[in-house]
Design a binder for this molecule. Sequence first.
Ligand code: PHE
Length: 337
Amino acid sequence: MIERIDALRTEGERAFADSGDVAALESARVRFLGRKSELTGLLRGLKDLSPEERAAVGAHANKARAHLEQCLAEAEARLAGGAAPGPTRDVTLPGRRPPVGHRHLIDSVLEEIEGIFAGLGFSVAEGPDVESDWHAFTALNMPEGHPARATTDTFYVSRDVCLRPHTSSVQIRVMESQPPPVRIICPGRVYRNEAVDATHHFEFHQVEGLYVDRDVSLADLKGILDRFLKEFFGPETVIRFAPSYYPFVEPGASVDIRCFFCKGKGCGVCGPLSGGWLEVLGAGMVHPNVFRAVGYDPEAWMGYAFGMGVERLVMLRHGVPDIRMFYQNDLRVLRQF
Ligand code: PHE
């Protein structure tokens, strides 16, 4: 028996060493170390031997088995190391560069806008996307039943909770949490139940601004927005205020820039009826009812607020023709910015 074990040991050793590929090695493994191999059968048969024999033969067989396992491991390492015939490795080739992404255009523009306003003394405030009816409407001078609630087609989570349709809700949260003066912008996502087309989406971004102090005038608002729009669209930018209605400001204005494509003549971008102006912002002086809602004294404090749609600004500045392009994750689009 001892002789047979030694023979198997030598044969196995050779079979593993001679295996030229993984398949050959595997069949050698099955033959010499598998569950049905002769060596395994010998070990199983030990129980029929006398105790003395069992000890001697068992020790011998176990040693052989350990040795063959070692040979198998060596053969596996040899094959994995590429010593087998086939292409060799060229270690002088440059490595493969992993693809490196970059920030989404909307995200980097948000940061750019934050940077411009930081330079004008504004800090950044944030609020939740899922908002109470109070913050989204009521405190903004839109009590229940107010027709202006219908101007934003809002997604409701429950009767008093919605996805915020504008970032103006953050104005309320900031004023509720601190005494005046206030000088903040709030960038963030907003949600509206819009039919999606080239210029409308159910989810987009706004940047809100709020300034509250003792002596604030419409001229301050105009100066800040002129500064911002010149930084954003270039020093040639011409702006204009037109009267507009938002319940939370009085007076309210829509802010237009002169179309930089046609210089105000009217074109495909600004539309033939626009007279060459592009509306880019809503703004106005904070309504006294808004101050009352947050517990600020409207006799003592004044302020202005503004809100802008970020996608629209980006589409104009970069000539992106369709708002959906920001969200389709098409790398051919995203790589350009
Ligand atoms: N919240 C308004 C909108 O979503 C924009 C706005 C903000 C207007 C602040 C005036 C003042 O259209």
